[in-house]
Design a protein around this ligand. Sequence first.
Ligand code: NAP
Length: 310
Amino acid sequence: MGEPVYAKIAVVGCGLIGSSVVRAARESGVAGRIAVAETSPVARERIVALELADAVFEDAAEAVADADLVLFAVPVMSMETAARAAAPGLKPGVTITDVGSVKQHVAHALIAAVPDTAFVIPGHPIAGTEQSGPDAGFAELFQNRWTILTPQARDDAPYREAVARLSAFWSGIGARVEEMDAKHHDLVLAITSHLPHLIAYNIVGTAADLEGVAEAEVMKYSAGGFRDFTRIAASDPTMWRDVFLTNKDAVLEVLGRFTEDLQALSRAIRWGEGDKLFELFSRTREIRRGIVAMGQESAEPNFGRDRGKH
Ligand code: NAP
């Protein structure tokens, strides 16, 4: 176990992602003490039963007292409420971060909610599953996955030191860390994560409503591709509602492009243009091979969970 990067951390919201950070921080030794704040009484009970943290609170201000790092792991649209609740307990010089899937919206929310003495460094681990709650988390979730930090545009030494320290924290729990502009993050994630989820929600909804095909048949023959969409479409409704409402511009932009490309495909099928289809399917196969070559191919939901880790 290495030296703690922070003497005390507080995690506000301890569901799938928050509890995975807590578990990983414990196992790796990057945090001295760990406090958790959770509004859900059921989740609090589970966190205590699983002995995940040194202290568990309902009130975020109590949990963050004396913390050197406060990490918000609540749904994107709850970030501001959670940060406002924590604000009275924050010590000067504390680093404030989060794991929200949308970065511009969260950056504004956090900066508005906490005192100027705090260093706000938004972040997003590109790792997760379709599960929710503290029982679903596991320490290995971030291993070899990217965590994107979207620091503010300031280069004063204390702020840059805070960024370096937060980066060391994520590296310490196994992640690879990259810095990015928040707007760029939101565009990249709109195509790599948000749109795929929207497509999955849509295709599963369409199949459920399709006349002439029984629901039993949809389930029985799901191995033909549909099954993978149903896994994604099982993702948390609150989390994903918040993502689409707060990353509206980028999602609508990539959705527009997607719709145009889908029209072109539909035309190629109608006119029997096999070459066009073959050329696209060959290019996409190369992209998949590239992902495998980069070691990012493992199906995250099965990683760790199959081994019964918590
Ligand atoms: P989750 O399992 O539902 O956990 C969120 C927890 O936060 C819930 O227990 C929730 O309680 C609690 N909470 C809500 N508002 C709160 C508040 N104001 N103060 C304290 N606790 C509060 O969700 P998750 O999947 O971990 O997602 C958390 C964040 O991570 C989201 O911003 C999401 O965008 C981001 N993220 C998720 C994934 C993923 O794959 N799931 C991946 C990367 C990033 P209630 O149930 O009572 O509301």
